[in-house]
Design a protein around this ligand. Structure first.
Ligand SMILES: [Zn+2]
Length: 148
């Protein structure tokens, strides 16, 4: 055991148990000095998620404060996933149209369905709803919303 106190990029002194041979420990220590501590990292993620919620005009979440903080981060991640999924869909759809396998109308309808499902999901205000779906893919959440 090699308990070490390391001053991280954010200036916080954090305690670490560095294991392994000397060069490996030195690499770990150098890396820890080059990054912000976990607490600052979480705080940054929380601020980014809150900014994303404001920019996208998302509703306040309800529930126990710590669960709300967590759920806001989950929701921000899912919002990014919904956008990535939509971009993927559009790429695939354009290829299908180009290949004569789909029509613009069918693509537009699919896109409208996905956007409506995402909008419905993003209106969920119960923190526990988001926490329960932390491990879900964007596709799984949108499918659930379409089924409602
Ligand atoms: Zn810190």
């Amino acid at each position: 055991m090699a308990i070490t106190h390391i001053k991280q990029l954010c200036g916080h002194l954090t305690e670490h148990n560095l294991l392994g041979p000397g060069p490996e420990r030195a690499r770990w220590e150098a890396w820890l000095r080059s990054v912000v501590c976990n607490a600052c990292n979480h705080e940054q993620a929380r601020r980014d998620a809150a900014t994303m919620a404001t920019l996208n005009d998302l509703p306040e979440l309800t529930g126990e404060a710590r669960r709300v903080d967590w759920a806001v981060c989950i929701r921000a991640g899912k919002l990014a996933d919904f956008e990535a999924l939509t971009a993927d869909y559009l790429r695939t759809a354009q290829q299908a149209v180009a290949a004569g396998k789909a029509t613009e109308e069918i693509i537009a309808k699919g896109l409208e369905t996905a956007r409506a499902a995402a909008a419905k999901a993003l209106q969920q205000t119960d923190a526990e709803w988001w926490v329960a779906r932390d491990g879900w893919t964007a596709r799984e959440i949108l499918k659930e919303m379409v089924g409602r």
